[in-house]
Design a protein around this ligand. Structure first.
Ligand SMILES: C[S@@+](CC[C@H](N)C(=O)[O-])C[C@H]1O[C@@H](n2cnc3c(N)ncnc32)[C@H](O)[C@@H]1O
Length: 250
């Protein structure tokens, strides 16, 4: 089994993102926060190649003062810089720092510190990230954490990698005494590609992303077995499977 990495990871992630309505549902939540606000200074921790951040910034362009992305992955940072430049040119003040969040130092302050699908990947102490992100807030700033729930599509990751998920964050936050609210987003992922042409490169990309394994050179029987697992999670006759996430607002 070869773990996904680099350029192929990005390609697979893009196919996955096109198959799920989770980002659109998350953008709806971001829109609510931005209502009536302007001059937003936004930090995204674990900004990746900006698959969520770019659409978010396009939506909030008129309201955003500057954007900072922080990510440990050098390739992802380069892709994000290029994409921001292509989309916004000099119309958006932005910087992308190739660092781990622990190493990030700044005098800047932010109205929004965003962790989007970052907590389950971040390698370190979640409480210290929460503490640090709160220290970076401007007055009336908020920390937004989108964190997947155990269930639906995420069951696979839970069984395989036991990542840090929303159910782990709740007791941790409760112990800190920090006030927070949560909203559950019942998004869904469309798996019809997995049922389609076995030679379709997008089918293999989706399967690779879902399993976090480069499936290109796996025997067809193994690919079928992997696909069968995810297809078994479908709801009734539809091609959709639950892809739930929780939004924490601190
Ligand atoms: C699933 S990606 C999310 C990307 C982006 N937020 C999005 O929604 O498109 C998670 C990212 O967290 C980054 N990451 C992991 N540990 C990190 C750390 N300690 N500090 C900063 N970034 C980290 C990874 O490199 C990866 O790009």
């Amino acid at each position: 089994m070869i773990p996904l990495s680099g350029k192929y990871y990005v390609e697979c992630n893009e196919v996955f993102r096109r198959s799920t309505n989770q980002p659109d549902r998350m953008l709806d939540e971001m829109r609510k926060f931005a209502q009536g606000r302007s001059g937003l200074r936004i930090l995204s921790v674990g900004s990746g190649v900006g698959l969520f951040e770019i659409p978010m910034l396009l939506m909030l362009k008129a309201k955003t003062k500057y954007f900072v992305g922080v990510d440990v992955n050098n390739h992802a940072c380069q892709v994000l810089r290029n994409r921001l430049q292509e989309e916004f040119g000099s119309s958006l003040d932005f910087e992308v720092e190739n660092l781990s969040f622990d190493e990030y130092r700044t005098d800047r302050r932010f109205e929004i510190v965003l962790f989007n699908h970052a907590f389950e990947y971040l390698d370190g102490n979640p409480l210290s990230w929460i503490q640090k992100s709160r220290e970076l807030l401007a007055e009336a700033g908020i920390v937004l954490i989108f964190s997947p729930n155990r269930g639906g599509i995420n069951r696979f990751y839970d069984e395989l990698f036991a990542p840090f998920l929303s159910e782990d964050l709740k007791p941790l936050l409760a112990r800190t005494g920090i006030n927070y609210s949560t909203t559950t987003i019942d998004a869904e992922c469309d798996l019809s590609l997995l049922d389609g042409d076995e030679e379709d490169s997008n089918r293999i990309r989706l399967l690779s992303f879902l399993t976090q394994t480069d499936c290109r050179n796996l025997p067809p029987s193994t690919q079928r077995e992997f696909a069968g697992y995810f297809l078994s999670l479908r709801k009734g006759e539809t091609s959709m499977i639950p892809h739930p996430t929780t939004l924490f607002v601190l």
